[in-house]
Design a protein around this ligand. Structure first.
Ligand code: PEP
Length: 257
């Protein structure tokens, strides 16, 4: 049984005050829901991590960073380490988001170093993989997924990989309003799970949670979560409002796996 995990990626939105307001509004909404069966993770910008941690303290809502640097500390102006994320209250960290790959030269190699660094300091990496539209149209979706997964997991043992979450995020569906159909999502998730089996073993393939990300909204949550290999969602735009994010959580928690 894989527990559904819904994470909200707030990207570069929300001042500290706005982040506290959203956290408090979410707390009020989640109070009405049975959220025991589901993991809920908020990933605010770095500047608001501590305040959001305080706002959601003792609610069961978990916290994640949106990125980290692989060194423990040092002269790396502008970067944030895994240890700093832990210190701010994080249990999770998003790694290799397509926006980082597209705008900040993130590569499979840097994703691999960051994944190792996250594991070393006890964070759960949410490793993002996914093809661009031109790659899908050229029939290269599985090739891209294989290269992202093999790249991210290079040098990691089965025990390490059991502590990772993978987010399948087709780039053409992120922030575009275009969602992958449940069949497209299931096909990609199944491919990833089969690849984990080939690279590791049956246990890894069965245990690792694979989230879908790309224009997830309350209206499409249930059909996506109902797919056998879809274990949750990484939500961007719809996580910025308490009503839509809590509606997604509600729909996801109604899905019986
Ligand atoms: C994301 O940022 O990971 C994402 C999936 O964004 P959106 O839900 O807005 O498409």
């Amino acid at each position: 049984m894989r527990k559904i995990i819904i994470a909200g990626n707030w990207k570069m939105y929300k001042t500290i005050k706005e982040a506290i307001e959203l956290s408090n509004a979410l707390k009020r909404e989640f109070f009405k829901l049975d959220t025991q069966a589901i993991d809920i993770v908020l990933c605010p910008p770095f500047t608001a991590l501590s305040e959001v941690a305080e706002a959601v303290n003792e609610t069961g809502i978990k916290l994640g960073g949106q990125d980290l640097y692989w060194a423990g500390e040092g002269a790396f102006t502008g970067e944030v380490s895994g240890r700093m994320l832990r210190d701010a209250g994080c249990e999770f960290v998003i790694i290799g988001h397509s926006e980082r790959r597209q705008f900040f030269s993130e590569t499979n190699e840097s994703v691999n170093k960051k994944t190792k660094a996250a594991l070393e300091c006890g964070l759960t990496p949410i490793v993002c993989v996914g093809e661009r539209l031109d790659e899908r149209e050229a029939g290269k979706t599985f090739d891209v997924l294989r290269s992202h997964i093999e790249g991210a997991l290079t040098g990691l043992s089965a025990e390490d990989v059991l502590r990772i979450i993978i987010a399948y995020e087709p780039v053409w569906a992120i922030g575009t309003g275009k969602t992958a159909t449940p069949e497209q999502a299931q096909e990609a998730h199944k491919y990833i799970r089969d690849l984990l089996h080939k690279l590791y073993n049956q246990e890894v393939a069965q245990e690792v949670r694979i989230q879908y990300g790309g224009s997830v909204k309350p209206e499409n949550t249930a059909e996506l979560m109902n797919q056998p290999d879809v274990d949750g969602a990484l939500v961007g735009g719809a996580s910025l409002k308490a009503e839509s994010f809590s509606e997604i959580i509600k729909k996801a928690s109604e899905v019986l796996k």
